[in-house]
Design a protein around this ligand. Structure first.
Ligand code: SF4
Ligand code: FE
Length: 483
């Protein structure tokens, strides 16, 4: 079974026995919980699209290990063409969900761990690459969704992992046994964890010898003993409990994040991909972050496409579509959005082969891509709010709209152009609200800022990769300076 249908995916998650907490309660059935279900639907879309012949070229590829058809989300990139197709696939998924579809973190972890374990084995004589390939083959054969867990809670940012007052603020090995290791700690902001089958854990920063026990990478099922998750709130999340469709803006799709706690979790030897090789921690972080910064040049662009479309529809419904400033704002939004796409494609086209054989993006350009993503979606959202008008945040509730007495009043006074129903006008307002201020704003705005690393993390990489010395030499040569 190389490809699961969307329904099979949902049933496979339903069978898992995860420990999930939200609003002070243990959630026994996360799959059908109204707050969580939209996030599962977003991941399901990565399975549904792979079943459609018109999307096969982007969604489905061939495993370089087994030669079988696999979902691209489980693929090891074999060329720069693969890297570009990855970005295009993410744009497509963003367009179809208008949310974070979560499955990319696993794909990015696959590719970072693949090349790093290979180079670590070369340097240390370890056998992590074989471990990883076995795990990867299992994931490809069963079409699994994987959470890529990097971000530790980090405690006091001025202190290294081993120097924290609480040793668990970075995930670490607490026991080494004949058959494996026991780990303790947590990973924060884990996108899609409740919708994943397995989790790949990676260290969050470059480490020194004193942090040896923190330089650890492995994979375990998300329902392994000792793992539990606490779901993060999103603004307007409880609107999903109200039953209607209108007020949530995007009733079918969403994203989710959680704090995932590893409370003395056992990891068998064959699932370990790094244990103490602190000199490879930085490489793993840099590569995973690089791949995920590339990803944002696809997924956020797809969501941006929906937001631009929504703003244009709002302008149509207001009868403002012919105003020159409205047209110009839509051009500006498009320009910004396509600039992000250019970055995603450029860092892919400029990718190169690693020693392990898979392809890595151009790290400088991937960091430039993500740095732009920390800015442009904010401007696109600002322009969308401008075009939508104040009704986006003052519109009455669906219950009022459906009320036999109050409803007709709302219908009369919130009508735009005559041939469009007030209900449709309210629907597009709520979608823009959802994308800029509501639950999807987690994925479109704040995740654009902090996901795959906060802006300063990219600036450090840009300064490292920018080759300033070479540029100084260029200037001296042109100026005929001989020092
Ligand atoms: Fe994928 Fe984007 Fe969500 Fe990251 S933020 S998991 S790249 S959709
Ligand atoms: Fe993300």
């Amino acid at each position: 079974m190389a490809l699961m249908t969307g329904e099979e995916y949902v049933e496979s998650i339903r069978k898992m026995n995860m420990q999930v907490y939200m609003f002070g309660e243990k959630i026994e059935n996360p799959v059908d919980h109204p707050i969580l279900r939209p996030s599962l639907n977003s991941v399901k879309m990565t399975y549904d699209l792979a079943q459609m012949p018109e999307h096969e070229d982007l969604m489905v590829t061939t495993s370089h290990i087994t030669g079988e058809k696999i979902n691209r989300f489980t693929h090891i990139h074999q060329s720069t063409d693969d890297l570009m197709k990855k970005v295009k696939m993410q744009r497509l998924c963003g367009q179809k969900t208008a949310a974070c579809f979560q499955r990319c973190v696993g794909m990015d972890a696959f590719n970072a761990v693949y090349s790093t374990t290979y180079e670590c084995d070369q340097a240390h004589g370890t056998h992590y690459h074989d471990n990883f390939k076995t795990f990867l083959t299992y994931c490809q054969n069963n079409d699994l969704t994987i959470d890529g867990a990097m971000t530790d809670p980090k405690g006091d940012r001025s202190k290294a992992p081993h120097a924290q007052e609480d040793p668990d603020l970075f995930l670490h090995v607490v026991e080494r046994r004949e058959d494996g290791i026991v780990v303790r700690g947590a990973k924060a902001h884990q996108t899609g964890i409740v919708n994943s089958h397995e989790v790949i854990v990676m260290p969050t920063i470059a480490m020194g010898e004193a942090d040896k026990d923190y330089a650890v990478s492995f994979a375990v099922p998300v329902d392994a003993e000792g793992i539990f998750m606490i779901i993060g709130r999103q603004s307007c999340d409880t609107r999903k409990l109200e039953g209607g469709d209108l007020d949530v803006g995007n009733s079918e799709f969403g994203g989710m994040e959680a704090l995932v706690v590893f409370d003395d979790v056992f990891v068998p030897n064959d699932r370990i991909f790094m244990d103490g090789e602190y000199d490879f921690s930085g490489m793993l972080v840099e590569r995973f972050a690089g791949y995920h910064r590339q990803s944002y040049g696809g997924c956020k662009v797809g969501v941006g496409d929906v937001l631009i479309g929504a703003a244009a529809v709002a302008a149509d419904y207001n009868g403002a579509q012919k105003a020159s400033h409205v047209k110009d704002k839509l051009i500006e939004m498009t320009h910004l959005n396509e600039t992000l796409f250019c970055c995603g494609i450029a860092c892919s086209a400029e990718g190169s082969k690693t020693a392990s054989g898979n392809y890595l993006i151009n790290l400088l350009l991937a960091n430039v891509c993500k740095q732009n993503v920390t800015r442009y979606p904010y401007e696109i959202a600002r322009l969308a709010e401008d075009l939508a008008g104040g009704l986006m945040v003052t519109a009455p509730s669906e219950k009022d709209f459906k009320d036999p007495v109050i409803g007709p009043v709302i219908d009369k006074y919130f009508k735009g152009v005559a041939n469009i129903s007030t209900e449709n006008r309210l629907k597009i307002m709520r979608l823009i609200e959802n994308l800029t201020l509501g639950t999807a704003a987690v994925g479109y705005r704040t995740e654009s800022m902090h996901g795959a690393g906060s802006p300063q993390a990219q600036r450090i990489m840009i300064s490292r990769q920018g080759n300033l010395e070479m540029k100084k030499e260029l200037a001296k040569t042109i100026a005929k300076i001989h020092e």
